[in-house]
Design a binder for this molecule. Structure first.
Ligand SMILES: NC(=O)c1ccc[n+]([C@@H]2O[C@H](COP(=O)([O-])OP(=O)(O)OC[C@H]3O[C@@H](n4cnc5c(N)ncnc54)[C@H](OP(=O)(O)O)[C@@H]3O)[C@@H](O)[C@H]2O)c1
Length: 273
């Protein structure tokens, strides 16, 4: 097993150590992190109240884990639906989501992982219609990679993305960007070994359908959101539907509990049922 990875203070806060297996050759190890209600809703889909905070009830332990996973990752990937649902000043870095542990996260990155810079922010868009005024594109020290199609690249160029100092743009074959190509790009050109997938449901659906997610960290918030008219509130995955014969089964790695919230860690690498 070897010595623990997490420094003692983080190990106490997390309630244990946090290790990840090495990635498969040619691609990063991919962990996804979501929060859901008991009835599987990940967003209330109400303007100003569509983020994960409303789902978790702005739960402290959920935010701590989100920060810890960001602090552990080489890159954080999101689709534009998720990017645009966050506050315009949002940054996909550990201390932004849980400032109380900022010093602990930063020491863990610097002294244990030897990665002092924040994780690369990776944004996936087919169309290139990305809100470029957001803080993520204008914060010194935060590097962004926009992964898009040829058409998206042209749109971004016409929108002035070329002038953004710490943003790179890469185009891949489209219109639907294949997770395997994104992963190959991240490993080969950007040296990403551990990739944190923060959604949303559309991007996660693509990744799960292509067996490109190794683990899922899922906070189960003890509330019921319900669903009524179309378009209905999103669940964990969108745009993909399995059959009983093809649906992936996951294995529980750990279960943690604080009051009535559950913090579940699943592996998707186990054998099929
Ligand atoms: N509770 C949670 O843990 C959690 C986590 C994440 C998100 N959410 C919520 O989920 C909602 C957003 O859902 P969503 O499904 O729209 O999010 P999303 O997956 O982040 O965004 C969808 C968009 O991402 C781009 N995209 C995704 N997959 C692509 C692919 N394979 N190739 C090319 N482009 C791709 C497309 O952008 P273009 O349209 O730009 O082409 C697509 O319209 C928000 O309300 C958010 O708060 C909740």
């Amino acid at each position: 097993m070897g010595p623990p990875v997490l420094p003692e203070e983080l190990r106490i806060l997390y309630g244990g150590d946090l290790r990840f297996p090495p990635p498969d050759p040619g691609r990063p190890y991919v962990i996804a992190n979501f929060v859901s209600t008991i009835d599987g809703v990940v967003s209330f889909a109400i303007t100003g109240k569509s983020g994960g905070g409303n789902i978790s009830g702005f739960d402290e332990a959920d935010r701590f884990i989100m920060g810890l996973l960001r602090a552990s990752a080489d890159a954080v990937i999101v689709g534009t639906g998720t990017l645009h649902a966050t506050a315009t000043r949002h940054l996909f870095v550990a201390e932004h989501v849980y400032p109380k542990a900022a010093a602990l996260y930063s020491r863990y990155r610097r002294e244990v992982l030897n990665r002092p810079a924040p994780p690369l922010t990776v944004i996936v868009s087919r169309t290139g219609r990305v809100e470029l005024k957001r803080a993520v594109f204008h914060t010194p020290g935060v590097r962004v990679l926009l992964v898009t199609t040829r058409e998206g690249e042209e749109f971004l160029a016409a929108s002035g993305a070329g002038a953004l100092a710490s943003t790179e743009i890469r185009s891949l074959e489209g219109p639907h960007l294949a997770p395997a190509s994104i992963l190959e790009l991240l490993r080969g050109e950007f040296g990403v070994s551990l990739l944190l997938h923060e959604g949303g449901p559309t991007l996660l659906g693509d990744f799960v359908a292509q067996q490109s997610v190794d683990e899922l960290f899922l906070t189960l918030a003890p509330q019921l959101a319900g669903r009524s008219e179309e378009p209905s509130r999103p669940s964990l995955m969108a745009g993909v539907e399995f059959l009983p014969e093809t649906a992936p089964w996951l294995e529980v790695v750990s279960v943690k509990q604080v009051r009535h919230h559950l913090y579940l860690r699943y592996s998707a690498r186990g054998k099929r049922r």
